[in-house]
Design a binder for this molecule. Structure first.
Ligand SMILES: C[S@@+](CC[C@H](N)C(=O)[O-])C[C@H]1O[C@@H](n2cnc3c(N)ncnc32)[C@H](O)[C@@H]1O
Length: 265
């Protein structure tokens, strides 16, 4: 398992400088005060003023810091040291009070204590994790009784597509074994000369729900969206601000989902 994580971590470290300069992440706008959160996430979060939030897989911290700007007390976690270094720099530069922790999300209890009002994670997260039971256990461990898990993610169906051909070439269900691919470019800049390799896992809705419900969390809301907030699946058509659809698919097709779960005790 270490080898999978080491390989992925190297690629994520290498992605950081490319993402910082990419159009997708709009860093300049963010530094001037724009929020990096898409409308679906903002709506799911609601009023977070004064809430403590644990943000899992926070990348270089833009979304964590956007939540800090909304008045939340945010702790961001990521295993990429380059991402966490940049997140800490941005926090200081913007004079915010977020905390950033470098850790593998599946081993977070070794590096962090406490419990939070909200555990949040979004867009491109669980595909990097082999074990959702452990992931759900971490979420439950770090939620206060009465706390909420808020999850906004790309839909497992779109993850089953080969984005170049538009055919369903990836398993919908987790086989237990990771996919292993070589990578050229990144979703934020397909023309960059970034090269590397990655391991990823497919996760069906059954697996996601069973892992979270198995921890005793209760489902409060679940939505599917016929668009993506980000232009990241190859050939996409913009239909509105923050709304892109996969151009090769004519029929209405799920691109993202959101869910909220509550920990009652
Ligand atoms: C696509 S980004 C997260 C999305 C975030 N909303 C963004 O784009 O700003 C995925 C993040 O997960 C992190 N990551 C991947 N595997 C991880 C693991 N096992 N533990 C902690 N972080 C991990 C990567 O370093 C990367 O920053």
């Amino acid at each position: 398992m270490e080898n999978y994580f080491d390989t992925n971590k190297k690629l994520w470290n290498d992605k950081v400088p490319v993402h910082l300069g990419s159009e997708l992440y709009m860093l300049e706008e963010f530094l001037k005060g724009s929020s990096s959160l898409c409308p679906v996430v903002t709506q799911q979060l609601g009023d977070i003023k004064g809430k403590s939030i644990l943000h899992l897989q926070c990348h270089f911290g833009q979304d964590s810091l956007s939540m800090a700007r909304m008045g939340a007390k945010v702790t961001g976690v990521d295993f990429s040291e380059e991402a966490i270094k940049k997140a800490k720099d941005l926090n200081e530069q913007l004079n915010l009070d977020a905390t950033f922790v470098e850790a593998n999300v599946l081993e977070l209890e070794k590096q962090l204590e406490g419990q939070f009002d909200i555990v949040f994670t979004s867009f491109g997260t669980i595909v990097w994790l082999p074990d959702l039971n452990k992931w759900a256990n971490i979420i439950n461990r770090f939620l206060k009784p009465g706390g909420q898990f808020i999850f906004v993610e790309f839909h497992p169906t779109i993850n089953s597509l080969d984005w170049d051909t538009g055919s369903f070439d990836y398993n919908y269900f987790n086989s237990g074994e990771p996919y292993h691919e070589t990578v050229n470019g990144t979703y934020a800049d397909m023309d960059s000369d970034l090269k590397g390799e990655e391991y990823f896992w497919q996760h069906s809705f059954g697996e996601i729900f069973n892992a979270l419900l198995g921890q005793g969390l209760s489902l409060q809301s679940f939505e599917e969206y016929p668009f993506s907030s980000y232009d990241v699946f190859g050939e996409m058509k913009k239909i509105d601000n923050w709304k892109y659809v996969y151009a090769k698919m004519q029929a209405s097709f799920p691109h993202m989902f959101s869910m909220k779960m509550k920990k009652f005790s």
